[in-house]
Design a protein around this ligand. Structure first.
Ligand code: SF4
Ligand code: SF4
Ligand code: SF4
Length: 171
């Protein structure tokens, strides 16, 4: 199964299992931005909101304040650059940045594998091979490999994977 098919199969399974159950979503911005202040400065007046319209994965939502945020309810980011190319005001502009400013972690209190139940759902959609298991259990995310793409989040049956902005306080 090719990578995209594998991800599609896994995420449709997880959606069917978990339904719409969600905790409040953190503010995680789209990739390709080098100045987080631009989101508040330019996005509220952006009439097209084209970043949200062109994202094929449909993971960009426009928050009440008119700024974009990523939602990892069913899918993750493929770094396709569609949002970057669609953003005329230039909030998304730095093509050198192909990662998301976020820290992704496994909550060991919720993770089934950390409690001796065999599960490796998070590992399969991770194309960066950033999730390593110690033996059959105890998965950990290698921060230096993780791009913050978020594909591991919706497939976790225990909602054990968290994502938080590493720019908190400035965006
Ligand atoms: S297209 Fe650009 S300016 Fe418009 S909402 Fe999206 S990121 Fe902001
Ligand atoms: S890079 Fe592509 S998949 Fe990622 S948020 Fe932008 S449009 Fe969506
Ligand atoms: S561990 Fe990081 S790179 Fe791997 S799927 Fe999760 S967010 Fe993406």
């Amino acid at each position: 199964m090719v990578d995209e098919e594998r991800r599609g199969f896994l995420t449709s399974l997880s959606s069917a299992i978990k339904g719409e159950k969600r905790e409040s979503d953190p503010v995680i911005r789209p990739p390709y931005n080098s100045d987080p202040n631009l989101f508040h400065r330019l996005c509220p007046d952006c009439e097209t909101k084209s970043c949200a319209k062109v994202c094929e994965e449909e993971i960009i939502a426009i928050a009440e304040d008119g700024t974009p945020k990523l939602l990892f309810h069913e899918k993750g980011c493929t770094f396709c650059e569609a949002c970057l190319k669609g953003c005329e005001p230039g909030v998304l502009s730095d093509i050198a940045i192909d990662y998301i400013h976020a820290k992704v972690e496994i909550d060991v209190l919720k993770c089934m594998a950390w409690h001796q139940t065999i599960c490796s759902s998070c590992k399969d959609p991770c194309l960066e091979d950033a999730i390593a298991f110690l033996g059959l259990f105890r998965p950990e995310i290698a921060a230096e490999k993780c791009t913050g793409c978020g594909w591991c989040i919706p497939v976790c049956p225990a909602d054990a994977i968290t994502i938080a902005s590493t720019r908190k306080g400035i965006e």
